[in-house]
Design a protein around this ligand. Structure first.
Ligand SMILES: Cc1cc2nc3c(=O)[nH]c(=O)nc-3n(C[C@H](O)[C@H](O)[C@H](O)COP(=O)(O)O)c2cc1C
Length: 741
């Protein structure tokens, strides 16, 4: 719902919003330009009387002096019967230049206010401003949900590509955009009478005027008592009409001034409503608040990019949407599958399950979890397949599920199974699936099979779960869904470096070049994936299926697309089909593969010190991070191998990285050498230095086998103890990341 509230207005209004925002950016510099050209006297330095005296000395035919909120003073005068207007220096009253408002800015203002279409355009601009309020608010809620609550709004944002850019820009700009949209909506609502206007009472001409001989403007007491910075406008009396008066308008109110006595007549302070309206306009335009104008302009500058990335996200989501096969009705279904998904990948698994159950003769009803019915009269099994989002929260298609469960009537014969989809990198791995499992049990439903968690869409884990369910239900259920994108790219092996044969740990660094083929124009326009030149970062995963096998295996990437090479570091497993296949490749051989993003495993960036820990082939992504560290931020590597003569992976590269300071420090440990050390020992040896780094905000990234990762966690727990910290706490702050296999 929240996503629709955000996306739909965005899609409908994107183009108009870009026009509004771009013209807003141009207008946002006006207050700064005006302010830089204006001379603003210090408070108390110059009164309106002084200003009038200086101006009249230079412009004897002065009719009006106007001062903008930016401090620009313009005198309107008549000379030899001809009207004129000059910008003047308030301190001297001397003219600076003829006053000529910019025709270009006027055109942009018209475009911004009304799309150059008068009232119809103004109404459209008002509606767009209101839509923008909706987009900003729903976007802020989505962002808070994604980051794990309002308190976590400043947390590093995981992810990459358009979703990450969209979220980063939105976080930066949302307050500015919301302010512009709210004030713009208010101004439109007032203009079209939807909100009351702040009353500005028209002053009637004073009944009693002295009619005496006019005194010089500089001597009039009412003008002397007003600081020039308060002035809005001073209209001079008609020459040779002793019964006429000065009309004075200031920030506080307006009134008349007797030209002979200097007395203030019929003064009217501004009403609270008028002040409010005035401030809303200032907060929208930044008039007189040049710094705010620039902030609002910067925020508006993000709108074209937000629209573009928003459109890309929508398109990607649409492209990955799964159309479900025929679904039995709620009344007729003997099996129900409910799906909780945000990015649609879980639907692919659900569809496979539904197809296989159909093939086994079941009548399956499949729906989003939010569509939980009150009763499934014929159903004996309820499958829940759900992902987890935010910080252990429900994905959007399951957000109402727990609430709806209150009204659910379960038959005695109904059993349930929960299958969670998540990512082990997140501290609350498959937490929502766990919550659903608990909620169903507390509701009194019987579990048919224990909760199972699938990590990063593993086809193998899904298949294994299918086998277990198959046994429970007594039906064949060969689940084969592999969420790999249908489109793979071709890669050619250009180089391999082999290590570790002598210590029974054959490990190769394999470097591939993508085989190029250009995208067609329509594919580019429709934001289609680059078919053969995928975008990837070190730490993302490379999916490869060995010949004759549909299930892909994943290898952490040791390079980024910008390196121009796709690099993986693969240890040949005993009986490993895929690792054996990769190890058999010779330069010139081609393979097909695809990229799976792994946004949860990336160094924080900026000056944050990074501690990299790995063992064996786990060095792959870590080497990729170091290669990318061209800004020479502090980066330390702790790595464990078997023997320095045989499997010191990346030895020459690491030497170069140390020399050119992409790597700040390197500690190694070898288990089959004289020292017989593991990476944990190398970490303990540097305990005080590491503690200091963590105290200074360091982030730790660990890559390698499960046992090594668990040992490293224990060691860090003990190192962190004196700081009253532990790995779990760092993990919650995104400062302890693992890529474990
Ligand atoms: C912003 C974001 C937050 C996530 N939070 C969690 C989480 O807290 N726990 C977890 O196990 N997985 C988390 N994941 C991983 C997803 O649950 C996982 O990728 C899942 O397969 C997505 O399925 P879906 O595309 O059907 O929504 C998160 C993913 C993203 C992009």
């Amino acid at each position: 719902m929240l996503r629709k509230l955000h996306g739909l207005p965005g899609l409908v209004a994107a183009l108009f919003l870009v026009v509004l925002a771009t013209s807003g950016v141009v207008l946002s510099v006006v207050p700064t330009l005006e302010r830089s050209a204006a001379t603003v006297p210090a408070a108390g330095e110059l009164s309106v009387a002084d200003l009038a005296e200086h101006v009249v000395a230079n412009y004897p035919g002065t009719e009006q002096i106007a001062r903008s909120l930016s401090g620009e003073v313009v005198v309107y005068y008549s000379r030899d019967g001809q009207p004129g207007a000059d910008r003047v220096n308030p301190l001297t009253g001397k003219g600076i230049a003829p006053y000529q408002p910019s025709a270009w800015f006027r055109w942009v203002k018209n475009l911004h206010r009304s799309f150059l279409m008068d009232d119809a355009g103004r109404i459209l601009a008002g509606v767009l401003a209101a839509l923008m309020v909706l987009i900003c608010l729903s976007g802020a809620f989505l962002l808070a949900r994604r980051l794990g609550g309002w308190k976590a709004m400043l947390r590093p944002i995981a992810g990459s590509g358009s979703p990450r850019i969209h979220a980063e820009l939105a976080r930066f700009a949302v307050i500015g955009l919301l302010l512009s949209a709210l004030t713009g909506s208010y101004m439109s609502a007032v203009r079209f009478g939807l909100l009351p206007e702040g009353t500005i009472t028209e002053l009637s001409f004073p009944a009693e005027v002295s009619g005496g001989t006019p005194a010089p403007a500089g001597s009039l007491s009412a003008l002397k008592s007003v600081d020039v910075n308060e002035l809005r406008e001073l209209v001079f009396p008609y020459p040779d009409d002793p019964m006429d008066v000065y009309s004075l308008s200031t920030a506080q109110g307006s009134g008349f001034v007797d030209q002979a006595t200097g007395e203030l007549l019929q003064y009217q302070p501004r009403s609270a409503g008028s002040k409010f309206q005035h401030w809303m306009a200032r907060l929208h335009t930044g008039e007189g608040l040049w710094w705010l104008g620039l902030i609002l302009g910067l925020a508006a500058l993000t709108v074209p990019m937000l629209s573009f990335t928003g459109l890309q996200i929508w398109w990607q989501r649409r492209s990955s949407a799964i159309s479900l096969g025929e679904s039995a009705s709620i009344e007729a279904a003997d099996t129900v599958i409910l799906v909780g998904s945000e990015g649609n990948t879980t639907w692919g698994f659900a569809k496979d399950l539904q197809n296989k159950l159909n093939q086994a003769g079941k009548k399956v009803h499949c729906a989003p979890m939010n569509d939980l019915a009150e009763h499934y009269p014929q159903a004996s099994v309820l499958f829940i397949l759900t992902s987890t989002y935010g910080d252990g929260d429900a994905p959007s298609s399951a957000s109402q599920f727990i609430a709806r469960l209150e009204h659910f009537q379960a038959d005695d014969g109904l059993k349930f199974v929960v299958l969670g989809f998540g990512d082990q990198q997140f501290p609350k791995f498959c937490q929502y699936a766990q919550d659903v499992d608990t909620a169903l049990r507390s509701k009194g439903l019987k579990q048919m099979h224990p909760l199972t968690r699938i990590d990063r869409g593993s086809a193998t884990q899904f298949q294994e779960w299918g086998e277990a369910i198959s046994e429970r239900m007594g039906i064949p259920l060969a689940l084969t869904h592999n969420p790999a994108p249908a489109v793979t790219s071709e890669f050619e092996l250009v180089e391999r470096v082999d290590y570790g044969v002598a210590v029974n740990a054959p490990t190769s660094i394999l470097r591939f070049k993508p085989v190029k083929s250009e995208r067609k124009l329509w594919q580019k326009l429709l934001f289609q994936n680059r078919q053969n030149l995928p975008d990837f970062e070190a730490g993302d995963l490379f999916g490869v299926a060995p010949p004759g096998d549909r299930a892909a295996r994943f290898y952490s990437l040791a390079s980024s697309a910008s390196d121009g090479i796709l690099e993986i570091c693969v240890r040949k497993q005993t009986h490993g089909i895929c690792s054996g296949y990769l190890h058999s490749l010779k330069p010139g051989d081609r393979i097909s593969g695809f990229i799976q993003k792994n946004p949860g495993f990336r160094p924080a960036g900026g000056a944050t010190p990074i501690i990299l820990v790995g063992a064996g082939a786990g060095i792959g992504p870590l080497a990729g991070f170091i290669r990318k560290n061209t800004e020479r931020n502090p980066m330390y590597l702790y790595w464990g191998g078997r023997n320095p003569q045989s499997d010191f992976l990346y030895r020459p590269e690491l030497g170069c990285y140390l020399d050119d300071h992409r790597l700040t420090g390197l500690s190694t440990a070898f288990s089959r050498s004289a020292e017989k050390n593991y990476v944990q020992d190398a970490i303990i040896a540097d305990e005080p230095a590491l503690r200091q780094l963590v105290e200074a905000g360091a982030q730790i990234l660990v890559c390698g086998g499960r046992d090594m990762a668990s040992g490293v966690r224990q060691v860090f727990d003990s190192i962190l103890k004196p700081l009253n910290l532990d790995v779990e706490e760092l993990r919650n702050d995104g400062r302890y990341l693992e890529d474990v296999y």
